[in-house]
Write a new protein. Structure first.
Length: 277
């Protein structure tokens, strides 16, 4: 059985970060170790949530794992809340990277042309230094622009997306994947670039009319799970995009709780069919 570790925050209530990564990757038949970077009473769309930072626990955990000679087939980072956490992840990559495992970075820090309130441009540039040492990076267009210094555009064409991917690859990542790519009427999708093969890949599907909290985390987690099931990166992003879209579709049918998250649990049978070989 493959084993991965994912490092991001956990919301006790709310469908995002570790609260979706752990069940999704586990359901895909992959042992899922975790390092919670912070624990929140709920995700941040709730009012008056509580938060406890766990940065001081990261090194004791990884030191124990090194002493026990515990290894991982993938290291997957999600939301990181500080410069220190980014630096700790770079150190962890150095210590746990092997010739056969992968490092996967979802630089969750913004959307719709803006960084999240806790972050500024200097944070985005520092996140770029983590992406530089990753095998695979999966930013959205906003995050990619802030890390590369590219101009953000709401409306763009295929050439713009390809140029942004090359700028991401120039940071150092082997494979750069842009999520939420939309330059076709009525469609949205994912575009990726493999620097070693100089190969671009694009997958699109119907653009659904609603957006929900936590879907980026669902996409990244499913992508990691698919990679661990032996799919290549192009197959993995298709599986992740299809599953995420199905989660959204089921939630839209319910017609409630748009701010809370998607019904990823109800879409699990669909995911199991997607990864059948």
């Amino acid at each position: 059985m493959k084993r991965i570790v994912t490092i991001q925050d956990i919301s006790c209530v709310g469908k995002c970060s570790l609260t979706v990564a752990l069940p999704i990757i586990s359901a895909m038949g992959v042992e899922t170790a975790i390092i919670p970077t912070a624990v929140l009473s709920t995700h941040t769309m709730f009012k008056n949530f509580t938060v406890k930072d766990l940065t001081d626990q990261i090194e004791p955990i990884t030191n124990h794992w090194k002493n026990e000679e515990i290894g991982f087939d993938a290291l997957y980072t999600g939301y990181l809340g500080s410069f220190e956490q980014i630096d700790l992840m770079k150190k962890m990559f150095e210590e746990f990277k092997t010739d056969s495992n992968i490092t996967f970075v979802d630089p969750a820090m913004g959307d719709h042309g803006k960084l999240y309130p806790a972050f500024d441009e200097s944070f985005a540039k520092h996140m770029a230094t983590l992406c530089a040492v990753a095998d695979i990076v999966v930013p959205n267009v906003t995050e990619a622009c802030f890390m590369t210094g590219a101009e953000y555009k709401e409306v763009y064409d295929e050439a713009y997306a390809k140029d942004l991917l090359r700028k991401l690859s120039d940071l150092g990542a082997k494979i750069a994947i842009l999520t939420g790519v939309s330059f076709e009427e009525g469609k949205t999708g994912v575009m990726g670039y493999d620097k070693e093969k100089d190969e671009t890949f694009y997958f699109s599907h119907e653009k659904l009319t609603s957006s929900y909290h936590g879907t980026g985390d669902i996409f990244s987690s499913t992508c990691v799970g698919a990679l661990m099931n032996g799919y290549d990166w192009k197959e993995a992003v298709q599986i992740a995009a299809k599953y995420t879209a199905e989660c959204i579709r089921l939630t839209m049918e319910d017609g409630k709780l748009q701010w809370y998250g998607v019904h990823f649990e109800q879409a699990m049978p669909y995911l199991m069919k997607l990864i059948e070989k």
